[in-house]
Design a protein. Structure first.
Length: 172
């Protein structure tokens, strides 16, 4: 084995990225407080060709030094919008034809590995505050809750890790 050189990775240019068809997913961030997490989520969204990120409430927006540090330029490639409230973002996604899925531990949630993506459908994936999760008002607006199974003593992942796990699974 030999580690690939950067020039061998066949990375898209910013213009190529913008012209590339995106996966039918948007990410809605419900009051995410950590700018480092926001930057990491931008980078992951770029890697999975996510359509857009909706930043809501207290979630910081680019340009910001802490976001840029972890995004490594992904704030330039991934489309994003800011909404004063997450409810506004969810309503906008619904009006645009997206099915809304909260990633949350909830009564009646579907384990991620059992979450079925309907071909031809678009999904808005809602991720919540690092401590409080997705607000109940937003959960009530969703079509489904998706839960990442966990088996240890902790019952939560860092939000940026959760986004990576979910995007990997829904893009398979």
């Amino acid at each position: 084995m030999r580690k690939l050189l950067n020039k061998e990775l066949d990375r898209k240019s910013l213009e190529q990225f913008r012209r590339t068809e995106k996966a039918p997913f948007i990410i809605i961030l419900d009051n995410v407080r950590s700018q480092s997490n926001v930057g990491s989520i931008f980078r992951t969204a770029d890697a999975f060709l996510t359509e857009a990120i909706y930043l809501c409430g207290i979630t910081s927006c680019p340009p910001h030094r802490e976001i840029q540090k972890t995004a490594l330029g992904a704030t330039e490639s991934v489309n994003w919008r800011y909404f004063k409230t997450t409810a506004e973002a969810v309503r906008a996604a619904k009006e645009a034809g997206y099915k809304i899925a909260a990633v949350e531990q909830a009564v009646g949630s579907v384990d991620l590995q059992n979450f079925k993506i309907t071909e031809g459908s678009k999904y808005a994936l809602v991720f919540g505050h690092e401590v409080n999760g997705v607000d109940q008002e937003i959960v009530d607006m969703c079509d489904v809750c998706v839960e990442i199974p966990q088996f240890g003593t902790k019952h939560s992942f860092n939000i940026a890790i959760s986004v990576g796990i979910v995007l990997w699974e829904v893009n398979k």
